[in-house]
Design a protein. Structure first.
Length: 260
């Protein structure tokens, strides 16, 4: 197996977790998104959307991180997908929901950390050229709005709607045990770890602190697993955690105001 991924991409973190959890070996191809290595013709031949991760196995190209984690788990014996029908359906529903959750977390990241970083290092013309290079014009339009309006963007309102629903449903599921499917760690937990971790790293644990203590405990359990250090923590550049948290904390008063 060959995995094309990026260091701090939440979807790449999700993919690396399944390799760490299952002990499956893979050839790592680390792409530097800041240098546009995901935009090369060679990579776009594998992934026309120019996003990460992409998995290649015996000539089969697997895109979308939820498909990647389920595929790797299946090749490794399927130990992370529950066998009981209700738990399996619940897990598959979380995997589907991560499409919207990813968009929401991406919006919050762009409205805070990425907005600060790009406005500090690029001119307005350079930012526009960067946005225009995005293959999907709808994605480019969303990012342009987030860059211009930050947390005042309507996309932040949409993101908060998705994320609050996620947290509410996670808390309800955690009534049955420390993991989302009860007592056993599964693909449900693996699929959500990187997203909740990113929100915390953006200084947005306020979304669940006090309201959903079970989510805070769940995140602590996820971080205590060896896979977390291997797949996520070891790939965070020095100083990046502080930058993300400070950006989120500066934005939090405006976000809290939008929550009412």
């Amino acid at each position: 197996m060959k995995l094309y991924h990026a260091a701090t991409s939440v979807c790449s973190q999700k993919a690396r977790l399944v390799f760490a959890e299952t002990g499956t070996a893979c050839e790592s191809v680390l792409l530097d998104l800041t240098k546009g290595e995901h935009m090369t013709p060679q990579y776009r031949a594998l992934n026309p959307d120019a996003v990460v991760p992409t998995l290649v196995h015996d000539g089969l190209v697997v895109r979308e991180s939820s498909l990647v984690v389920e595929y790797v788990d299946r090749v490794a014996g399927g130990g992370l997908m529950p066998r009981e029908p209700l738990a399996e359906v619940a897990t598959r529903l979380w995997l589907v929901r991560t499409l919207a959750i990813h968009e929401a977390v991406n919006s919050m990241t762009f409205a805070t950390l990425i907005r600060e970083q790009e406005r500090a290092r690029r001119t307005p013309a350079e930012i526009e050229a960067w946005l225009a290079s995005t293959p999907n014009p709808q994605t480019a339009a969303k990012r342009r709005d987030l860059m211009e309006n930050g947390v005042e963007s309507v996309f932040v309102d949409g993101a908060l709607h998705v994320l609050l629903g996620m947290l509410r449903d996670m808390a309800a599921a955690l009534d049955a045990g420390i993991w989302l499917n009860g007592s056993a760690y599964s693909l449900s937990d693996l699929a959500l770890t990187a997203y909740v971790d990113r929100l915390d790293r953006l200084g947005m644990a306020h979304l669940w602190t006090g309201r959903y203590p079970a989510v805070a405990a769940w995140l602590s359990h996820c971080r205590s697993r060896p896979s977390y250090a291997t797949a996520i923590e070891s790939h965070i550049p020095a100083g990046a955690a502080d930058a993300g948290r400070l950006a989120g904390e500066r934005a939090w008063p405006a976000i809290a105001a939008r929550l009412g």
